[in-house]
Design a protein around this ligand. Structure first.
Ligand code: ADP
Ligand code: 5GP
Length: 210
């Protein structure tokens, strides 16, 4: 049987730099499969359907919920966001490491279904820097930014549930740290799998001989 890939769940405050990190990571390593989520929010300038997200109506999204086509979904600042199940399971079964970039409620739901998933929370070094990045991105109104800063305060309460905290200060360093976390998880999972097979075989032998 092929060794399954690692499921890496990346969350973080809106504006923490997750999208930027993903772009950098995928630009450097072609081994990763990045799950593309579905959403009911409007595309931002420059976003392409099927690349950043599958943009869809609320009706279509709700139909997919009814068909159990999502691993998880959540409502975030008045829109639905969800992870399509098929792509993730196909890639993991093919042995590829899969990255989900999703918010905290969704991450907790994924961890329940996939206990081996490695969860990583991305944060800027400070709240001031978060506000600066959100404002600097220039894609949201002041009101939306205020909503996202409030949401960040709620999300901070759940940061401790993640396996790792990634402080995204220097982008290149953070990208390398993220890559190493996933590489190490992949190795640990392989070693664990090999050891479990080995000791199961040995236990069978020993028990047969008694
Ligand atoms: P998210 O996907 O988490 O909402 P983005 O990737 O859109 O965040 O990043 C928000 C803004 O912060 C963008 O303008 C991006 O260029 C900037 N940014 C991302 N990472 C860093 C970093 N390490 N240092 C400085 N600015 C960053
Ligand atoms: P944005 O609108 O800035 O692209 O994303 C808003 C939030 O939704 C981010 O925190 C992002 O991680 C999260 N998100 C994106 N896709 C999904 C998804 O499929 N499921 C969940 N639960 N959250 C998602």
């Amino acid at each position: 049987m092929t060794q399954k890939g690692v499921l890496a769940v990346v969350s973080g405050f809106s504006g923490a730099g997750k999208g930027t990190l993903m772009k950098e990571l995928l630009g450097r390593h072609d081994s990763y499969a990045l799950s593309i989520s579905a959403t009911t929010r409007q595309p931002r300038e420059g976003e392409v359907d099927g690349r950043e997200y599958f943009f869809m109506t609320k009706e279509k999204f709700e139909q997919m919920i009814a068909e159990n086509a999502f691993i998880e979904y959540a409502q975030y600042v008045n829109n639905y966001y969800g992870t399509p199940r098929k792509y993730v399971e196909d890639r993991l079964n093919a042995g590829q490491d899969v990255i989900l970039e999703i918010e905290v409620q969704g991450a907790m739901l994924v961890k329940k279904q996939y206990p081996d998933a490695v969860t990583i929370f991305v944060t800027p070094p400070s709240a001031q820097e978060l506000k600066r990045r959100l404002t600097g991105r220039g894609t949201e109104t002041e009101e939306v930014i205020r909503g996202r800063m409030k949401r960040a305060a709620e999300e901070a309460k759940l940061m401790g549930f993640y396996d790792y905290l990634l402080i995204n200060d220097d982008l290149k360093e953070s990208t390398e740290q993220l890559h190493q976390l996933i590489v190490q998880s992949h190795k640990a999972m392989s070693l664990q799998g090999e050891f479990i097979s080995k000791i199961e075989k040995e236990l069978n032998e020993v028990n047969k001989g008694e």
